[in-house]
Design a protein around this ligand. Sequence first.
Ligand code: AMP
Ligand code: ZN
Length: 115
Amino acid sequence: MSDCIFCKIASKEIPSPLVYEDDTVVAFPDLEPKAPVHILVIPKKHIESLAALKEEDKELAAHILVDVIPQIARDLGIAEKGFRTVANTSDDGGQTVKHLHFHLLGGRFMQWPPG
Ligand code: AMP
Ligand code: ZN
């Protein structure tokens, strides 16, 4: 999508220090980190949110959850102590960027419930 900031990061039109990249996924630091480690993991394909995932996206979604997020957590040294993965979805979910992204947060204890 031409006016989507995360599409521009995925296509490298906007430079970002990627911590992970493969054919279908990129991950980069959140601009306003809420924890010592705060990474955003996104599909390169523009998908609006978790609620917009389609049958054809199953493999991509599984790849992000099964392969990519655990690998980044290991690479960044937060796998052992633990981490939080969040996908804010639509208005009540607090989603501000309408391109599916998973927040990967770690490096401190996470409170519950969210505000
Ligand atoms: P959400 O509120 O769940 O939609 O999360 C969007 C996140 O994107 C926020 O945590 C922002 O800080 C982050 N963000 C917005 N623009 C950028 C950017 N250009 N580079 C990195 N992170 C960004
Ligand atoms: Zn996009």
